[in-house]
Design a protein around this ligand. Sequence first.
Ligand SMILES: [Zn+2]
Length: 361
Amino acid sequence: MPSCSNTAFRVAGTLFLALIFVLTALSASAQDGGVRLKTVVIDAGHGGHDPGAISKSSKLSEKQINLDLALRLGARIEKEFPDVKVVYTRKTDKFVELAERGNIANRNHADLFISIHVNSAKSTAASGTETFVMGTDKSQSNMEVCKRENSVILLEDNYTTTYEGFDPDNPESYIIFNLMQNAHFEQSIAFASLVQEQFVKNGPIKKSRGVRQAPLMVLWRTTMPSVLVEVGFLSNSSDRTVMNQSANRQKIADDLFRAFSAFKKGYDSGVSATVAPAPEPEKPKVDTPAAGPHFEIQILASSKKLKDGSSELKGEKQYSCRFINGMYKYSVGNFATKEEANRRLPEVRKKFPGAFVIAVD
Ligand SMILES: [Zn+2]
């Protein structure tokens, strides 16, 4: 497959990935009159009469862990970034409606929304961390998480009107999410990738299930980069033991803090370094041998062309590159159906945790 022509370009490391993704935030931030990540909303999932997942012994509930992590993360951001406004959807053990959590973020014009959760599965063998961004992937493992996290609305008094008749247990109901447009998709993926990288690097739960896309109600209507982090499985004895210790919860909060810090650094420097991206002399171009509609797996996006063999491409030689909306988007594979692409996706994500399937006309 031909690749994009070369431009000298060498910046290593994941910080750069965050930076290039957030360049797409330029216009939004500039309109805001500011150039920095100023407000973060930290959402401790569940609360009050909604315990979330509970351990077998019922001694440990998800809502407690979520709140503890949210407060630890917020405290560290407040301490090390006094200019950043930290907004919590809850600071105590109280019930907050799912829609209201996103509304809080929107009302505060947040630049980032982090929803913190603990996973649970029927299989006690399931373990590890995963970070979700809003998407329409309804694979079986995603739906297990979605049904559980979205069914919280059933505990709300007016859920049928608030959520337009959405039924978390009915797969057909999920069609409403197909209509969404997520302007912050790539930034969400960038932050989610930073989170997973921290988990893998520093633990305490190092097993990663990757960055995933799923129709999660709490992320649906947020108007900023948004993720839902599942920090481990309460249904798995080893994850549970880890999360039960406060020193480990501090480590998890520290991982989230480092991801935040890296994202903010990219966000801030991207905005201040390049208020307007340099105009590209070339016409948008497509280098791809594939004819007709098909599917590929996008592995990364960059504001600049990457050189063949550049470290960001991680040794990938067979890729397509397209210049779309000011970004060079790199993808691999050529699949006739979305299912085929999805089957290949886990393999690609071992190298590119933020990879996702795209439709190509
Ligand atoms: Zn949850």
